[in-house]
Write a protein that binds this ligand. Structure first.
Ligand code: FES
Length: 187
């Protein structure tokens, strides 16, 4: 009877760090994490070990990439890790942000506005909104019928429309419509 071959499957996972596990010689070569109700362990490549020993603490959220080695004969699988990255907690709202206020910034994404820099405006909004509550977001929309004066942007719920917006003007517009006690400095 031919033995089924082991398979290596490139895989990614996200989970909560539980701790390190030793091999039979007592060296901490394995990382344990939990995803949902399941607990996994994977071998850490040597170059990553010292940094992970230093930086990880139980409870940290991790993004993990590696290969799952599946042994169909024994019905077991084990992970060999190649990348372990702590996931940053989502940034807290800057102090003074209006709690609970909902807002949307609409940015025209049609061709005339894009030619005039709408993508850079969108990126600037996304970068600055990282400091705001999640209830304030940016959304690309269709033509606002003022193509020659783009990029065109609308702030809701104030229904304030601006034309010829530049990335440099974004912090002031955000501060006007969603004021923070301590405005975020430009990146
Ligand atoms: S293309 Fe932006 S308003 Fe028309």
């Amino acid at each position: 009877m031919s033995k089924l071959a082991k398979q290596r499957i490139p895989s990614e996972a996200e989970g909560q760090f539980l701790g390190f596990l030793p091999d039979k010689d007592g060296k901490l070569k394995y990382l344990r994490w939990q995803a949902g109700a399941e607990v996994f362990a994977g071998k850490i490549p040597k170059p990553l070990r010292s940094e992970l020993y230093r930086s990880l603490k139980p409870g940290d959220r991790l993004q993990i990439a590696g290969e799952r080695e599946v042994d169909p004969f024994k019905g077991r699988e084990k992970w060999v890790l190649c990348r372990v990255v702590p996931v940053q907690a989502s940034p807290k709202a800057a102090p003074g942000a209006e709690e609970g206020r909902k807002g949307v910034v609409l940015v025209c994404q049609k061709s005339d506005c894009c030619r005039r820099g709408a993508m850079a405006v969108m990126q600037a909004l996304q970068a600055h909104l990282a400091a705001y509550p999640e209830t304030i977001r940016v959304q690309g929309v269709g033509c606002m019928k003022d193509c020659k004066r783009g990029p065109n942007v609308v702030f809701l719920p104030d229904k304030a429309r601006y034309s010829g917006v530049s990335p440099q003007g974004i912090p002031a517009l955000l501060q006007r419509h969603f004021p923070l006690a301590d405005p975020v400095p430009s990146p």
